[in-house]
Design a protein around this ligand. Structure first.
Ligand SMILES: [Fe+2]
Ligand SMILES: [Fe+2]
Length: 154
């Protein structure tokens, strides 16, 4: 394992999680209208989740002899719900990519590889959820595709 490379990846992931924590929190503040009832808590929950990931990253960085960054990655703002979700989707994808890089960089370090795999899996779930909220995975279900089992009459 190239320790310097892994430290760079961990610090890039930390930047992304800081940005994610702030961006989701900002979206929880800015969301208005009837959707606010659902989305404010949704955004806040994701913000807290990102902060928890930041805690783990910072601890791993120090364990490897590095210094955790205090600079977040680019934060994007919007007041439009759909645009907020689009921006969050982009950030989830960026996070997924950095954790996938971490998996490759730690191929010979079982525990750190497991850590990156777990983070990647979580980001994959977040990405897939936001994709559905944006209706990007809407299926076209026709009547013909539904096969109903006939109930036998007694
Ligand atoms: Fe995250
Ligand atoms: Fe995420």
């Amino acid at each position: 394992m190239d320790q310097k490379n892994v430290l760079q990846i961990l610090n890039r992931a930390l930047q992304i999680e800081y940005a994610s924590a702030i961006q989701y929190l900002q979206h929880s503040f800015l969301v208005q209208g009837i959707e606010r009832r659902v989305y404010s808590d949704f955004f806040r929950g994701h913000s807290e989740g990102s902060m928890k990931q930041a805690h783990q990253l910072g601890e791993h960085i120090v364990s490897l002899g590095g210094v955790p960054t205090v600079e977040p990655y680019l934060i994007k703002q919007s007041t439009d719900l759909k645009e907020m979700l689009q921006l969050d989707l982009e950030l989830e994808q960026t996070a997924l990519q950095v954790y996938q890089e971490g998996i490759k960089a730690c191929a010979d370090h079982a525990t750190l590889k497991f850590f990156f795999e777990k983070q990647a899996y979580d980001e994959y779930e977040h990405f897939a959820e936001v994709e559905k909220l944006l209706e990007q995975k809407k299926m076209s279900l026709t009547e013909r595709e539904i096969q109903m089992k006939k109930v036998k009459s007694a």
